[in-house]
Design a protein around this ligand. Structure first.
Ligand code: CA
Ligand code: CA
Length: 438
């Protein structure tokens, strides 16, 4: 049987009607294994659809079905994805869009650049363009790449219809006619009865037109396990990692790469027990090593990862991982960035977002239809790694921060916040803060 990656760790966005039942995928988070769901979960989902308290709509990928309160919803196209109807009060939304209780270490201060309730749904991966703006990948709703400006304004750069991108990078000069194009890891469409591999589509987006093209679906790794990706980065020019897009796949704990000719290959599969499950990617300033962030699965429940078990490792271009980590003591380390010279006393230090527990399972398995603020904890943090290799707290009280990037001398941190809330719905609750030294 083909191994499945049950959606991205924070997602249960995909609901599939099959054999007359609604089935969920994604509840099991980062587990490698079949997506299985209890009859209770299925019943709750079906109930949520069929007894929507307010009129709404169910959006299939190509069509919309109107939801009439109390009446069953008929979904004809079993291969399509759906989103749940809206059924929330204004009071719910007020709570949902309230900022979490963020605190910084004494040497830092923060301000809100884009608040929850604006345009961002799941701002995941930050790509700095200048000191004035950055691009951010957002898979929620139908998937977008946004440009966020220093004044807090948000503009859509691309809205791929078929695939929902969330992590991406800009192709280097060596990619010839595709130099400057956006290469993104995106959610796939469900293509197989019985399950699907998610987040295994590599797409290329022309930033001038917003048009997207499928480059490949990541192949299985050498053990036959399917690839559910987490993060991508191009290798820096003139280094052993140059001219390739590097990809971490959390489902089969592997590293992949994509070449300019569109070849997509499994590069190495790492020892899950020894190193953990791959997350964010970066590169050391000298370009000799790939920074590989990992999370440690809980042996008792592989769908969960352990607080304190996350690491940042060094991988050389031959796939070997150095025994000594760059940092330990993390939980779910995402994007990493080195501070520029203007960043006070912290120039040259490595900053990393740590989402903590994704809390992606509560909406369905633990807290069906409870209030929106009960679904996501405030365990997200930002850390820095000192020149001595010590992990120091920069900010706490975030929800699910993943993206970090320096806009001039301010650190932008993107927080996807909740992935699903009441009724398993998505809302534009994502936000961005800026952190500066005092
Ligand atoms: Ca969100
Ligand atoms: Ca969290």
């Amino acid at each position: 049987m083909r191994l499945q990656f049950c959606a991205k760790p924070w997602s249960n966005r995909l609901i599939r009607r099959r054999a007359g039942l609604l089935s969920f995928c994604g509840v099991a988070g980062l587990a490698v294994g079949a997506c299985t769901h209890t009859p209770e979960q299925v019943a709750v989902a079906a109930d949520a659809l069929q007894t929507a308290s307010l009129p709404g709509s169910v959006t299939l990928s190509t069509k919309t079905t109107t939801v009439v309160p109390g009446e069953p919803v008929t979904i004809e196209d079993k291969r399509d994805w759906i989103e749940m109807p809206y059924a929330v009060t204004r009071a719910d939304l007020k709570e949902l869009y309230a900022m979490p209780p963020i605190e910084t270490a004494p040497q830092f201060q923060f301000s809100t650049l884009v608040p929850p309730g604006a345009e961002l749904w799941d701002p995941f991966d930050i790509h700095v363009q200048s000191s004035e703006s950055f691009l951010v990948g957002d898979d929620a709703k139908s998937g977008r790449i946004w440009q966020v400006n220093i004044d807090g304004s948000v503009k859509s750069v691309a809205a791929p219809e078929r695939f929902a991108p969330y992590t991406f990078d800009i192709a280097p000069a060596s990619f010839g006619r595709y130099a400057g194009h956006i290469y993104a890891l995106a959610f796939n469409e469900p293509t197989q009865a019985g399950g699907w591999e998610l987040a295994d589509a590599i797409i290329r987006v022309d930033p001038n037109t917003g048009e997207d093209t499928l480059v490949c679906y990541l192949p299985d790794n050498e053990t036959g396990a399917g690839a559910g990706g987490f993060f991508v980065r191009f290798g820096p020019p003139n280094t052993p990692f140059a001219d390739k897009l590097w990809i971490t796949t959390a489902s089969n704990h592997s590293i992949y790469h994509v070449a300019a000719d569109g070849t997509c290959s499994s590069f190495v599969t790492i020892d899950l027990d020894r190193w953990g499950s791959p997350r964010g990617i970066g590169f050391t300033p000298d370009g000799k090593s790939l920074l590989l962030a990992t999370a440690k699965p809980d042996a008792a429940n592989r769908a969960k990862t352990l607080r304190g078990g996350g690491k940042i490792l060094l991988m050389s271009a031959d796939g070997a991982i150095a025994d000594k980590p760059v940092a330990t003591g993390l939980h779910e380390p995402g994007q990493m960035a080195y501070a520029p010279n203007g960043f006070g006393n912290f120039a040259g230090e490595l900053f990393v977002a740590d989402a903590g527990d994704w809390h992606n399972e509560r909406g369905i398995a633990e807290q069906p239809n409870k209030g929106p603020t009960e679904t996501v904890g405030n365990d997200g943090r930002v850390f820095r790694v000192t020149s001595e290799g010590k992990l120091e707290l920069v900010a706490s009280g975030l929800r699910n921060p993943v993206g970090v990037g320096f806009l001039g001398n301010a650190l932008a941190v993107g927080d996807i916040n909740g992935d699903f809330h009441i009724g398993y719905q998505k809302f534009p609750d994502g936000f961005v803060i800026l952190i500066k030294p005092k």
